[in-house]
Design a protein around this ligand. Structure first.
Ligand SMILES: *Cc1c(COP(=O)(O)O)cnc(C)c1O
Length: 413
């Protein structure tokens, strides 16, 4: 039966209780039992983000130019801080979006509009990407009537620049790369792709959605991180999500353009309707003011020192997961992670059966389908439960090993 629209109203305590009851069966994500969807840096950063979000709860970033000057300034400063972090040259620009998918969509849209002006590219258009690139590239391509050519990655699970070069044809407008890719947690060979993009006069988009706001701090604490940002001359646009390892509240991502003229290509302008000039840099019109303010506040709260301190904790935790997994007989890492995304597999037994057994113990299984593996994106939520996770994992492996168990689980993002 369909739920009827409520006839009478209810007060907050009643609603609060009803909502909590509805969520009773949720995964215990605060204790690190969700391997994706949620992120944590520090309690203090979380609280700053929440306060700033609530302070600008009602304001609309769409009206930043005409009404909410404080928000507009915060948005501009968030973009400038990002340009600084990603070593963008003078003249580079950017804007906030509501998430990685929207950032990628806007980059593809700007690229498509550029391609229409290029005599060396003819429709139908395509994007050349590694198999490991995010599904959002296909979503954007689907809407804009393009295709994505996904090429096998190398042994190390990084994009294979030679395979990508071979796939380029007269309809190719964009090369896509990830820093890192979501499935295996490795940063693609972006230096080589940057050269390829310049050589063939193509647009290279770096999807640093998941890693953008953490990789620079891994670097500062002394980790070797492959180059992926605007220091590479072929990188034309770069997306990085604040609401992931920027530890800012949802919905917030950033998209950066090396060239001002490219951002122009991403914009939408229209005035043939009663209300006159309408211009946006995003798919969305109305945007939560809270998300802009919270991003500004969290970035200022943490600063380079705060992000680097969290990076140190994250790296130590990810190392402990990696060595814990390697110590379990039969499991191996699908790739050597550059940051905190891990993907591991087994050859002698069915890894999905292990994942299913973990599920019965309250761990939401993260899965990859090709190759078959278990997956986790580790943030500071995952520190408390680490030993319990590894102990449960070992015992689930023991349970499955030597059986012919084949789980019917399907990998779902
Ligand atoms: C999360 C993610 C995206 C998409 O971001 P949303 O904020 O979920 O829209 C794109 N690329 C990568 C590598 C991601 O991890």
């Amino acid at each position: 039966m369909r739920k009827p629209f409520p006839k009478t109203g209810a007060d907050w305590p009643t609603l609060d209780a009803a909502m909590s009851e509805m969520s009773e069966a949720d995964i215990d994500w605060r204790q690190g039992r969700a391997p994706l969807y949620v992120f944590h840096g520090s309690d203090a950063a979380h609280e700053v983000g929440r306060q700033a979000f609530m302070k600008y709860f009602s304001e609309n970033a769409l009206g930043g130019r005409r009404a909410f000057f404080g928000l507009k300034r915060m948005e501009d400063e968030v973009v400038e801080m990002g340009l600084d972090l990603f070593q963008a040259p003078d003249g580079a620009v950017g804007n906030l979006t509501t998430g990685g998918s929207e950032s990628i969509f806007m980059a593809v849209k700007a690229c498509r509009d550029w391609a229409r002006t290029q005599s060396h590219i003819k429709p139908p258009f395509n994007i050349v990407a590694p198999f490991s690139a995010h599904a959002a590239f296909n979503k954007a391509a689907d809407v804009m009537d393009m295709t994505v050519r996904r090429l096998p990655t190398g042994e190390d699970r990084r994009a294979d620049p030679d395979a990508m070069a071979d796939a380029i044809d007269g309809g190719t407008i964009m090369l896509a790369a990830s820093a890192p890719c979501f499935p295996h947690g490795v940063i693609d060979s972006i230096a080589a792709l940057s050269e390829l993009a310049l050589e063939r006069d193509l647009w290279l988009h770096v999807d640093a959605c998941v890693g953008g706001y953490v990789a620079p701090f891994f670097q500062r604490m002394g980790r070797r991180i492959p180059l992926y940002d605007f220091a590479l001359p072929g990188v034309r646009t770069l997306s990085a999500d604040l609401h992931k390892f920027g530890f800012c509240p949802k919905p917030a991502s950033t998209l950066f353009y090396r060239l001002e003229e490219d951002r122009e290509r991403g914009l939408f302008h229209f005035d043939q309707w009663p209300n006159g000039q309408f211009s946006t840099a995003t798919l969305s019109g109305t945007r939560a003011g809270g998300a802009v303010a919270a991003a500004w506040a969290v970035m200022h709260h943490l600063g380079v020192d705060g992000y680097t301190a969290i990076a140190r904790d994250l790296a130590a935790m990810a190392d402990a997961y990696v060595s814990g997994i390697k110590a379990i007989d039969g499991l191996y890492l699908v790739a050597d992670p550059d940051l905190t995304i891990i993907n591991f597999a087994a050859d002698d037994f069915d890894i999905f059966s292990v994942a299913e057994a973990m599920g019965t113990r309250g761990w939401l299984p993260g899965l990859t389908q090709n190759p078959k593996g278990m997956h986790a994106m580790l943030s500071m939520f995952h520190e408390t439960g680490r030993e319990e996770y590894l102990a449960d994992l070992e015992s689930c492996v023991e349970q499955v090993k030597g059986t012919n168990s084949q789980s019917g689980l399907k990998a779902v993002y």
